[in-house]
Each structure stands twice: as C-alpha cells, then as structure tokens.
Write a protein that binds this ligand. Structure first.
Ligand code: FE2
Length: 347
C-alpha cells in the first residue's frame, strides 16, 4: 500500500512526540480491514524512526457491537495479549477503552495510543506540548480538589465529591511507560466518590449525545442522587431517546455517573460534529475535547479503577457551563477563565 506523504509526515511527528526510539517495538493493533491506511502509515513512520514494527490484526466478530464499550476481540486471546504486553508502544485501532485487557497491557509498562479518527481530524486536532502542559495542569488541579461543582443558566447544579479516584489526562500522545493516551484529545478527567454525586443536570440544545452522533434538540433534566440518575425528565424526543437507550441494557449500573472533566483542545470544534457525523468512520473527539466544554458522562468507571463495567456508556459534552474546583473557578459560561489553561485564540 502506498503511503501518503502528508500522512507519513504527521504520523512521524506523532511518534516523535511519543518518544519512539530505534530498536523499540511499535505494534499496530487493528481489526478486520478497519483503518488500513492509517495502520500502514504508522508502520512506515515507525520504520523511519528505526523502530521494529508490525501489524497485529484480529477479527472483530460480533462481540464488539457498535455502541458497546469494553467488549472486544482480545478477550480470551492469550497469545495476542502476550505479544502486546511485550511491545514498547501499542497503536490501538480496535478500541480497548474501558477493558480489563487495556489495564493489563498498561500494567506491563507498555504505552498505548488509541487512534480511531479519520486523517482530517488527526490533522485538525494535532497535539502540541502546550496542550499537554494545560491538560497536565488540569490534572494537578483535579488531584488536589475535594469538590467539583458545575452549573448553568438552564438549571444545572451538581456537586461531585472527589478524592477516591485517580485522574487521567489525555492530550494526544504518550511518552511515559504504561501511560495510555488518545490521538487526538485534550482534557483531564476523574470520577466522583462512590455515592457522593448529587444534583441536577439540564441538557440543552447544542449539547451532544455522542452515542447517537447527534445534538440535543430538546431539554432533558437528569436528577442525580448518590451518584445515580434517578429520573430522566423532558417532554421532547431526547429524554425518550436517553431513557430507552439506557433501559435497553437491563443493567442498573448503566444509570451511574461516570467520568467528569472539561475540554481544553482549542483546535476542536463543537460544530465540527454536525459537519462530519454522517461519515461512518467518524468518531467523537471534536465533541469530547472542544475548548470550554463540560464533559459529563454516564456509565462505567473501570478506566479509573472502579468496579462498574456496564456496557452502557453515554458521553454528553455540554456547552455554556460554569465549573469550579472547590472555590477556584475554571469555566464561566463555557469560557476557560483560569489563566494557566486559557488560550487567547480558539476555534
Ligand atoms: Fe466517556
């Protein structure tokens, strides 16, 4: 397969940010014929940097139904796991997120970089060292905060007690042993303490339902008690969609509040989603990482060391919110106001 010169250049720069060195092994993990062009270009880039590289291709099968996180073809594949655990860097194009297998590979000291966006998004949201600095700053704040509160004019007012769970940063590359990241990205996140998240979240038109690849059109009010959604209110279609979707999993843990954080990638655009969501290959990183969002979510907390591995995961990036860590204001109506994380120009 011929490798596009622009793609080769971008992926080489990405692997340089990941600290890929001669003699190291870079394994590109793919399923079926997905992401073949990206996979070949990453191998070419790794080869240019003097690394040993190969493609580990698995069959996706039926276990990884669309929209179901944490179920993937490495489950029960001991030889593939052994191979991945001996690599320096794994480029994950299968989607190991929220799986025990991902945690096991990281625990072996392997860096994992998830890459599941089309080339134009990788290029548009390409990471910088300044983004990494701001995301790591956010991580430090979250690690030291006892409480996160976010509100909105629409009626959102919810408090997360913090401290029980670790904080994960995503800035788009990884150069530390055992560290996972997602290319592209741009936020840090944590999880509220078990049973200590209470309040109300009001989704507004323009907020994003990532699982359905669509914008909220009609307000939805989520009542939250002790870390669980106890009521989904709203006369419009969106409330029905969310209710039916969660009910379909027949799992009470699907109502749990999941990770929380805010977006810091100034190159990401909330409206990009509307342009690109028709593409079958399009994923959601513009929505998850756009500058000044509150990334609210429902579902599992395995990624943060919790025990909830429900297959139902809803990412709900929200606009125009205010957010505080203890008494420190981070966002005001969707604008990053903290000087250490603020950029003057953003998309
Ligand atoms: Fe999520």
């Amino acid at each position: 397969m011929k490798v596009d010169a622009e793609m080769l250049d971008l992926f080489t720069r990405e692997l340089v940010l990941c600290g890929v060195k001669p003699g190291e092994t870079v394994v590109v993990l793919t399923a079926d014929d997905e992401w073949a062009e990206n996979a070949h270009a990453f191998m070419a880039a790794a080869g240019n940097l003097g690394a040993t590289t190969f493609n580990l291709n698995v069959r996706r099968g039926q276990r990884n139904a669309v929209g179901v996180q944490g179920r993937h073809p490495l489950v029960g594949n001991a030889l593939a796991m052994q191979t991945l655990k001996a690599a320096g860097l794994v480029i994950d194009m299968v989607g190991l997120l929220f799986s025990r297998e991902q945690a096991e590979i990281q625990a072996a000291g392997v860096r994992i970089l998830r890459v599941m966006e089309p080339f134009h998004v990788l290029k548009q949201m390409f990471p910088t060292e300044d983004l990494a600095r701001r995301v790591e700053f956010a991580k430090g704040l979250l690690e030291n905060a006892k409480q996160l509160r976010f509100t909105s004019d629409a009626g959102t007012d919810i408090v997360y007690k913090l401290g029980q769970y670790p904080v994960i940063s995503e800035y788009g590359y990884t150069n530390e042993p055992g560290r996972w990241d997602h290319f592209p990205s741009g936020f840090s996140f944590t999880q509220g303490n078990d049973g200590e998240i209470d309040g109300t979240v009001v989704l507004q038109p323009g907020d994003i339902l990532c699982a359905f690849k669509q914008y909220v059109q009609t307000p939805v009010t989520l009542r939250v008690e002790k870390g669980m959604v106890v009521a989904i209110e709203g006369a419009g279609m969106d409330a029905q969609l969310i209710r039916s979707y969660i009910e379909s999993f027949h799992d009470p843990r699907a109502y749990a509040i999941s990770h929380i954080g805010w977006g810091l990638n100034e190159k990401a655009r909330w409206y990009q989603f509307s342009v690109s969501r028709q593409l079958p290959s399009e994923h959601v990183m513009n929505a998850l990482a756009f500058y000044g969002n509150v990334l609210f979510s429902l579902g599992p907390n395995l990624e943060l060391g919790g025990t909830n591995d429900t297959a139902c995961h809803l990412d709900l990036p929200m606009r125009r919110c205010n957010l505080w860590l203890d008494d420190l204001q981070i966002l005001r109506e969707g604008e990053v106001v903290h000087p250490q994380m603020r950029v003057e120009r953003h998309a």
